[in-house]
Design a binder for this molecule. Structure first.
Ligand code: UGA
Length: 435
C-alpha cells in the first residue's frame, strides 16, 4: 500500500512511522520546511520514546520518507491520511478546521486516480461530509472516498498504543473504502486488535466520546480525592476498590492536579460546542471542564496552604512541568496554573523537568530553571511533585530535604508513602490520602 500522511506532528509522524513498520510505503508531508529538513537528518520534532529509532529503521529500509511537496506525495497514493492539527478556535472553543480543509483542497488538486482520503485528526461530527464536498468540488471527475479513522494513541506511549490498540475505529460508508482500510490495518487485525466499522459520523463522535469519558473519569476521582481528604479516607484504596469492578475498570483513576495536554482540554470544549449547536447540552462534560479548570489553580493554593498560607519571599521547588511524563508537551499543563498562583502569592519558583524545560522557559520566563531535582531543593520551603516522571519516584529524600529551608513535600501525584515521610521528619501532603 502507498500511503501519504499529511501532517508530521504527533499523530502523523507516529502513525506514518508505524504504518511503514508494517511494511507499507509511507510518505509524510508537512508544510514546515525546517521540520522536514530535521527529519531528513534523523531529528525528531517531538520527544517520544522509541520514535527516532523507528523512523531511522524505516527510512533506512526505504519505506518511510518526508517531503513538503504534497502534490507529488498525494498524486499516486492508495490512501491519503489527514493528520493535521485541529486546535481550539480562538474565542469560541470550536475545533479550528482550517488546516483540515486546506489539506482537502490540496489533496483534491493533486490526485490523479481513485483514492481513499482518511481523516485521522480529531474532527467534529460532520467534518467528513465537508471534506467530501470540497473534494467533489475541486476534483469532480475522480472517485474519492472519505473515511474517518480517529486515533487513540497517548503521548509518551504512542508507538505501543498504535501497534497494540484496544480497537481501531473506522467510519466508512462504502465497501471499497472498508476494503482499503482492512488492507492497511491487516497486520494489527491479524494480531487480534478489533476493527470496528461504523458510519463516518459515528466514528467522528466516538473519538470525542472516548476523550470526554476519560476526562470525566479523572475528574470524578479528583473530586472523590477532595472528599477523601475531608473525611479522612484514602482515594488510592477507593480507586482500587471501585476499579476492580470490571464495569468500572482500574485505569484513569489516579487522582492528581487535573488533566492537561493537547487533547482532553480542547476535545471536551469542542464536544460542548457540537452539543450546543445540536441543542443537546452535555451537562456532565460541562461540569468536568469547569471542575478541571478550577482544580489546576487550586493545586497552587494547596501548596500555599501547606506552607502556612503566606509564601511571600519563600521559595517553592517544582518537580515536573509537562502535563504528564515521557513527553516535552506543556500544553494546558497543570504546572502553568500552579506556577501562576505561586508567583501571584509572592513566592520564588524553582523548577526542573527532564524534557519540558525548553518550552517551559518560553511560557514561564519568571521561573528559575534548575538542572536536577536536588538543585531545585536548594533554599526551598516546599517541594511540589507536579508530574510523575519515573526519576522522581525514588529520590534520596534525606539529601533532598537536607538542602531545603523547611522539610516539606507536596506530592500532587501520590508517588510517596506518608509513613516513610514521617520517619524522615518530612512534612508531607498528598492528594486524597491521609498525610
Ligand atoms: C489522550 C487519550 O488518552 C488518548 O487515547 C487520545 O488518543 C489522545 O488524548 C488524543 O486525543 O490524541 P494524552 O493526552 O496523550 O492522550 O494523555 P493521557 O495519558 O490520556 O493523559 C491526559 C491527562 O490526564 C494528563 O494530564 C494526565 O496526567 C491526566 N491523568 C490521566 C490523570 O490525572 N489521572 C489518570 O488516572 C490518568
Amino acid at each position: 500500500m502507498k500511503i501519504a500522511m499529511i501532517g508530521a506532528g504527533y499523530v502523523g509522524l507516529v502513525s506514518g512511522a508505524c504504518f511503514a513498520d508494517f511494511g507499507h510505503s509511507v510518505i509524510c508531508v508537512d508544510l514546515d520546511q525546517s521540520k522536514i529538513d530535521a527529519l531528513h537528518v534523523g531529528k525528531m520534532p517531538i520527544f517520544e520514546p522509541g520514535l527516532a529509532e523507528l523512523v531511522r529503521v524505516n527510512v533506512a529500509a526505504s519505506r518511510l520518507s518526508f517531503t513538503t511537496d504534497l502534490a507529488s506525495a498525494a498524486s499516486d497514493a492508495d490512501a491519503i491520511f489527514i493528520a493535521v492539527g485541529t486546535p481550539s478556535r480562538r474565542g469560541d472553543g470550536h475545533a479550528d478546521l482550517t488546516y483540515v480543509f486546506q489539506a482537502a483542497r490540496d489533496i483534491a488538486a493533486a490526485v490523479t486516480k481513485p483514492t481513499v482520503v482518511v481523516t485521522k485528526s480529531t474532527v467534529p461530527v460532520g467534518t467528513g461530509d465537508e471534506v467530501e464536498r470540497i473534494l467533489r468540488e475541486v476534483a469532480p471527475d475522480i472517485d474519492l472516498t472519505v473515511v474517518s479513522n480517529p486515533e487513540f494513541l497517548r503521548e509518551g506511549a504512542a508507538i505501543n498504543d498504535f501497534k497494540r490498540p484496544d480497537r481501531i475505529v473506522i467510519g466508512a460508508d462504502d465497501e471499497r473504502a472498508r476494503g482499503v482500510m482492512r488492507d492497511i490495518y491487516r497486520p494489527l487485525y491479524l494480531n487480534q486488535s478489533p476493527l470496528l466499522f461504523t458510519s463516518r459520523r459515528t466514528a467522528e463522535l466516538t473519538k470525542y466520546a472516548a476523550n470526554a469519558f476519560l476526562a470525566t473519569k479523572i475528574t470524578f476521582i479528583n473530586e472523590m480525592a477532595d472528599l477523601c481528604e475531608a473525611v479522612g479516607a484514602d482515594v488510592k484504596d477507593v480507586a482500587r476498590g471501585i476499579g476492580l469492578d470490571n464495569r468500572i475498570g482500574s485505569k484513569f483513576l489516579h487522582a492528581g492536579p487535573g488533566y492537561g495536554g493537547s487533547c482532553f482540554p480542547k476535545d471536551t470544549l469542542a464536544l460542548l460546542k457540537t452539543a450546543e449547536d445540536f441543542e443537546t447540552p452535555m451537562r456532565i462534560v460541562e461540569a468536568t471542564v469547569q471542575v478541571n479548570d478550577g482544580r489546576k489553580r487550586a493545586m497552587g493554593r494547596k501548596i500555599i496552604t501547606a506552607m502556612g498560607g503566606d509564601v511571600r519571599g519563600k521559595t517553592v521547588g517544582l518537580l515536573g512541568l509537562t502535563f504528564k511524563p515521557n513527553t516535552d508537551d506543556m500544553r494546558d499543563a497543570p504546572s502553568l496554573a500552579i506556577v501562576q498562583a505561586l508567583l501571584d502569592a509572592g513566592a520564588t519558583v524553582r523548577a526542573f523537568d527532564p524534557e519540558g524545560m525548553d518550552v517551559a522557559r518560553t511560557m514561564m520566563p519568571d521561573v528559575v530553571y534548575c538542572d536536577g531535582p536536588y538543585a531545585v531543593a536548594e533554599g526551598a520551603s516546599a517541594i511540589a511533585i507536579v508530574t510523575e516522571w519515573n526519576e522522581f519516584r525514588a529520590l534520596d529524600l534525606a539529601r533532598l530535604t537536607g538542602l531545603m529551608v523547611e522539610k516539606r513535600i507536596v506530592d500532587l501525584r501520590n508517588l510517596y508513602d506518608a509513613d516513610d515521610m514521617a520517619k524522615l521528619g518530612i512534612e508531607y501532603e498528598c492528594v486524597g490520602r491521609p498525610a
